[in-house]
Write a protein that binds this ligand. Structure first.
Ligand SMILES: NC(=O)CC[C@H](N)C(=O)O
Length: 382
């Protein structure tokens, strides 16, 4: 079942079911094991590779032209690439963009991330849809020496994301303040000078643009590490608490995050969560989360807000989901995916405590979901 890119492959992707995909390696020359997902976004590969929620995952890009605008110093969602590796259809060409400062391959190599090009990503994506996000091993060796059997064994040995707490591996080491706002043309990123609401953002692997959106909605943001306790959070006297996105299994991270969230819920302060934060808020309220077959990863996912009937075009990146059937009384579903009807938002009926599965800070709509940050700010003003 080999899909050779050329006569001398320098990278090999092995799936746990024994399928092998050969291609041209770029980025770091090394080997990694991870879960494999596919992302259908046509743009934003730098943001995707640096989204901390991708820890433990290798991303297959279904859009064929990846790397063609290089990378730049502004688009990182965190300091380092976090996704374990990338799979693309073509070898990246020379970057052509006024913001580019580096080639994708050099940037990946410098940061120890491995990539394979020349793969039949349509065939691979179909395999992922059919078998569910597979466990894989990806090796890049400039000499082209691969032990296929050993690679398949490595793929099979990967423990899987279920039960894995990865937030601790990507959270900040210490608390810090954040005042950078969203990109504005032509100023670039500017500083928040007139913040009205004191927000504690708990960092389970927060994307920078979420923090920028909070600052842009008038929040004075203090970021705390994932292991922050209720006392740590309330010690800052916040007007509101934000729960960030992040990698891994919400139930595993929830072992320490849920007690913190439940402590915060005993106080009557607004809470807003995104993605992993959404899933863990749901757990704290008594609902359950489930592992999806192959998850949602893309930038064109339609989500309906139930109350208004309005549809937002959203960016998604999740492999777990809140089971909408398990919401306790007092909590209602606010948003659903129009792709598969899965839960995309909840709120407490009587209090400003709410969260969404999609990423309102990413801008595929382009600004369809920013109202959620404004809603959080308004709940603190109220
Ligand atoms: N983007 C996120 O926060 C992802 C949440 C969780 N790790 C999931 O895969 O579902």
């Amino acid at each position: 079942m080999a899909a050779a890119a050329d006569a001398h492959p320098t990278a090999c992707l092995a799936l746990a079911d024994g399928s092998l995909f050969y291609g041209k390696g770029f980025g770091a020359a090394k080997q990694v094991s991870a879960e494999l997902c596919f992302n259908t976004a046509m743009t934003g590969y730098q943001e995707i590779m640096t989204d901390p929620s991708y820890a433990g995952q290798i991303v297959t890009f279904t859009f064929p032209h990846i790397g063609n605008v290089g990378v730049n110093p502004d688009d990182d969602e965190t300091a380092d690439p976090v996704a374990a590796g990338m799979v693309v259809k073509w070898d990246p060409t020379e970057p052509s963009n006024w913001r580019a400062t580096e080639r994708l391959g050099d940037w990946l190599a410098r940061r120890g991330r491995v990539a394979i090009g020349g793969v039949d990503t349509r065939r691979l994506t179909r395999a992922i849809r059919q078998q569910g996000a597979p466990h894989v091993a990806l090796a890049h060796d400039p000499e082209g020496k691969f032990d296929a059997e050993a690679l398949v064994a490595e793929a099979r040995a990967f423990a899987g994301l279920e039960g894995m707490d990865l937030a601790k591996t990507v959270t900040c080491a210490q608390s810090y303040r954040w005042d950078e706002m969203r990109w504005a043309w032509p100023e670039g990123y500017t500083r928040q000078t007139n913040a009205k609401h004191k927000v504690v953002a708990v960092d389970y692997g927060a994307k920078r643009n979420i923090l920028r959106c909070l600052a842009s909605a008038g929040c004075d943001v203090t970021v705390l590490p994932a292991t922050a306790t209720t006392e740590d959070v309330l010690g800052h006297n916040p007007d509101g608490v934000f729960l960030s996105n992040g990698p891994g299994d919400p139930a595993a991270t929830g072992e320490y995050a849920v007690p913190m969230i439940q402590g915060v819920l005993e106080k009557d302060i607004p809470v807003f969560g995104i993605c992993l934060g959404h899933q863990m808020l749901a757990l704290a309220l008594g609902a359950k989360t489930i592992k999806m077959n192959h998850g949602h990863h893309g930038a064109n996912h339609p989500v309906k807000e139930i109350q208004t009937g309005k549809v937002e075009i959203t960016s998604m990146n999740h492999g777990f989901a809140v089971d909408g059937q398990t919401l306790p009384s007092g909590v209602e579903e606010t948003h659903v995916s129009l792709f598969d009807g899965s839960n995309c938002g909840i709120r407490m009926k009587d209090r400003p405590v709410f969260s969404v599965q999609h990423h309102p800070e990413a801008s595929p709509g382009p600004q369809d979901s920013f109202y959620l940050f404004e809603r959080f700010a308004a709940s603190m003003a109220g």
